[in-house]
Design a protein around this ligand. Sequence first.
Ligand SMILES: Cc1ncc(COP(=O)(O)O)c(C=O)c1O
Length: 421
Amino acid sequence: MTNYIFDGCDTVKLAEKYGTPLYVISESHIIERIDEIKRDFLDKYPNTKAVYACKALQTVGICKLIDKEGLGFDVVSGGELYTAIRAGVSPSKIVFHGNNKTYDECKMAIDCGVGTIVCDSISELIMLNDLAGEMNKRVEILFRITPGVNSHTHEYISTGHHESKFGISPKILLEGRLLESALSMQNVLLKGFHFHVGSQLTDNSSHIFAVKKLLEFIKEVINITGFIPSELNLGGGYGIQYRDDPPRKPLSYYTDPMMEEIITFCNNENIKLPTVTIEPGRFIVGEAGITLYQVGTIKTTLGGRTFVSVDGGFPDNPRTALYHAKYDAIAIEKMGEPNQSLVTIAGKCCESGDILVWDIPMPELKRGDYIALLSTGAYNYSMSSNYNRIPRPALVMVKEGKDRLSLRRETYEDLISKEIF
Ligand SMILES: Cc1ncc(COP(=O)(O)O)c(C=O)c1O
């Protein structure tokens, strides 16, 4: 019986060497995804950019790796900006997002010279103009618009509808003559528009709908103001494979039809093709990650449900509880053994909702066995917490049979290290 091998590494040996729970991230997977982005988007279309959405998974090490591969970065807080800068990323390659950037965060972003700030509200526009004026700088901005699309994904990760907390409705921008105001401001330079319709979209219809709405809006903008955008940012959201999903679609499934719309529009309107940016996060790191756990208690309820509890859970992966995410899991020492029964993999927290995987067929399991959850690279470590005072797991980078500790496991001492007694 062979153990589960991930990017050339024996996962049982990783669990024994570093302990569990353990985040394992494959460099080869990340590089493969970036190669696909280059082949299917950056090299295929002129004037295109790809920025990695750091919220999916960010460490200094991940930033260095992705920076070396030539991508830019999307950050959404002072902390993400700081981490990218500490990794040596050129600020000009950074796009700064957020529906409520604070004064201090905007100051930090302008001070370090981020390439683009995506403006999410009118009050933010005024703050940016005033702040940049005080700092004797001019900032390049995009407006984030809500294209009015209800994406086929969990409502908490659907972000392009009119009632979203993100962005500004095109109608409000036009009727309030807000573009004219922005264009007359001395310290902001409006370059174009941004949308992000949602995350984990396995169907391209939301992206296509959004780009059509964006282009209709741009036509009106040109007619009313004469402003021709030189940059469009189409966000991220490209889906990956979780349990029971078909294999993920290639990036081109999303980007080709969007580019076709944009190119046709520019030809028809006789305007220059703008710079087009995409912001994938999950697509790059989601399937590059697995999490290793060790089985503890196993029990069957009166109703017949078997709970297999592991040594992690909600604090290292809140996505099942938050979004009803469906992970695949494997017993890494029992590859090839027949499945015996349906089990529910539970975390160790004091929350009934702390379940990692509901009802999954598994081979016979016993205390001490190891389990891997697949496709945990995105929005796991970045969403982790210390709930129940559980230290965060270590994170190991693997590549072609070699492993390297990238983030050490937190200790109990770490848990109290910021307290002032
Ligand atoms: C503005 C923006 N861009 C990009 C992303 C990345 O999304 P995904 O990881 O689904 O590609 C997000 C995710 O929330 C986002 O809010």
